[in-house]
Write a new protein. Sequence first.
Length: 163
Amino acid sequence: MAREEAAETSADGGSKKKLIIIIAAVVLLVIVGGGAAFFLLGDKADKSDPEAEAAAMAARAKMVGPMVTLDTFIVNILDDEENRYLKAAITLEVDAPATADEINTRLPQLQDAILLLIGNKTFSELRDMQGKMQLRAELLNRINKILSKGKVKRIYFTDFVVQ
């Protein structure tokens, strides 16, 4: 009889342990599945919301500074084989209206710096995208060294022809 009671208590204790392990596994699975669904589906819901996209576009539009359009430049560029020219129209985005005023005041200095920089470029440097991006970075650096009241944030080439 003592053996039968011991067998019944060990069988009940073993089944309780199994039940606790199963419940813990199910709870863990629900938590992990819910977290994965939140991260995977949460991003898609944010991207498809047209109101959120409109708000983001409005915020970017507000971040655009005043624009100053410079005259078109026609510059001889270096080439061993023949005479080459670059025709470029440049628009500067500045950080403040005071910077735009300073650019208009210092326009001859800026034009001189731009002409000297572009005139020392070769055709091979300017014909690919990397060369144009490099020229943009060099122009930004050179122009910002001349300015004292503000900075140019971005440079846009609105016309760029190499012949």
